[in-house]
Design a protein around this ligand. Structure first.
Ligand SMILES: *Cc1c(COP(=O)(O)O)cnc(C)c1O
Length: 409
């Protein structure tokens, strides 16, 4: 087994082999539906451009982003494949989107007009998808507004200003398969598709499912599924039993490891208190370790017991879990080493893959949030390093023994 070299500075390691593995498994699972890999918010903290490239290598048919800037970043990196953007704003110039052949999304007739103006400025027809609000009550046209949106898009298509390439919606409770909203939204989506058919529009894709629905609700797959979180090796529905996952649970591999060098170890006497506000007091003599990561890097301040929840988040050091003690600071945090004295520079893993190592889900539970937010937060100061790129030999051995890893590498 290869021991990883301890990090010289705090870093976020992103394993692109894991991303490719996850994308390939998702694609297999949802076929014949196509797969969109969602790379919004800097690919949930994993790096838009690197993840976009790895996803395409593994067969992602589409990429999806929220903002225009994110879509143009993908294009600037050389990606020319199908790409959907779904959160444009009323005053922004959409001509660069049209010029780059990126699919926009309209929620209203006013947005159709905005896209028509952009198409005329760009000198080519736009590619436009239409979003119906089937019950999330976030973006999209309500069913009552839907015929007017479809008619406006149809008219603009007839005038040669755009092509309607897709119709889609988004689910509110896909990670809870028994939630009645799933069936209700799917039915509302089918009704919306009937309106599109009646208007004589033939689109390339119709889509409804995020990661959870792609895995848990085959009837919601339609032509395409939009997978974000599963791409990164995080289970979208950890509370659903294996037996309730059609086809069985996928062996997703977490792509992100957050790690840092231990700075120093010090002894504490009973009664010594730690960090701002002295919220944690040592009951017995112990040792504590200093870790150079804090909320300025993305560690939630709620990671300490008594701040967010009753349970402290834990980190992995020298083969054991160690609880966070006292308040997390902007730049650093303190962990309980339970009497051990470890050399400065010893590897500290906040979360990552590997037997025994805390997961992003465990961090989320300790901090009162979801793992989506945990991974997406690490976009600050810690250095992000991608391993498993096709054009380099570099591999990250991981924080602990993993018997399968060497043969995969
Ligand atoms: C973020 C997002 C997704 C991806 O959701 P996951 O749960 O991460 O798979 C899909 N569709 C839309 C519209 C989104 O905003």
């Amino acid at each position: 087994m290869t021991e990883p070299v301890p990090p010289a500075v705090p870093e976020v390691v992103v394993d692109l082999d894991a991303v490719r593995h996850n994308v390939a498994r998702l694609r297999e699972r949802v076929a014949p539906a196509l797969l969109m890999t969602v790379v919004k918010a800097d690919a949930y903290g994993h790096g838009t451009v690197e993840v976009a490239r790895a996803a395409r290598e593994a067969g992602a048919d589409w990429l999806g982003v929220a903002t225009t800037a994110e879509a143009l970043e993908v294009r600037a990196a050389g990606d020319e494949g199908p790409l959907l953007c779904w959160l444009t704003t009323p005053a922004e110039d959409l001509a660069p989107l049209v010029a780059a052949g990126i699919d926009g999304t309209a929620y209203s007739p006013a947005e159709v007009d905005q896209v028509v103006a952009a198409a005329r400025a760009a000198g080519r027809p736009a590619r436009l998808q239409l979003k119906v609000d089937t019950g999330l009550h976030r973006g999209g046209a309500l069913p009552a507004e839907w015929p007017a949106l479809v008619a406006a898009a149809r008219a603009a298509q007839d005038a040669g200003d755009l092509r309607v390439t897709g119709v889609w919606s988004h689910l509110a409770a896909a990670e809870t398969p028994e939630h009645p909203a799933n069936a209700a939204q799917e039915e509302a989506f089918r009704d919306a598709l009937a309106v599109v058919d009646a208007a004589g529009l033939r689109t390339e894709v119709r889509h409804l499912a995020n990661s959870a629905a792609a895995l848990l609700r085959p009837s919601a797959r339609f032509d395409l599924v939009r997978c974000g979180i599963a791409t990164y090796g995080i289970d979208p529905a950890p509370d659903v039993a294996d037996a309730d996952v059609p086809g069985g649970r996928l062996d997703l591999r977490p792509a992100m490891t957050v790690r840092a060098p231990l700075l120093l170890t010090k002894p504490l006497a009973p009664g010594d208190a730690v960090s701002y506000g002295h919220t944690w007091v040592a009951e017995h003599a112990t040792t504590v370790g200093l870790v150079p990561l804090g909320y300025g890097d993305g560690v939630p301040r709620h990671a300490a017991a008594g701040v967010g929840t009753d349970e402290a988040a834990e980190v992995w050091i020298a083969g054991r879990r160690r609880p966070v003690r006292g308040r997390v600071c902007m730049d650093q945090l303190v962990v309980d080493l339970d009497g051990e004295v470890l050399p400065p520079g010893t590897e500290v893993v906040l979360f990552g893959p590997g037997e025994g190592v805390p997961s992003a889900l465990e961090w989320a539970r300790a901090c009162g949030t979801i793992d989506y937010e945990i991974v997406t937060r690490f976009r600050g100061r810690a250095v992000r390093r991608h391993v498993g790129q096709r054009d380099t030999e570099e591999r990250y051995a991981g924080p602990v023994a993993d018997p399968g890893r060497e043969e995969r590498a």
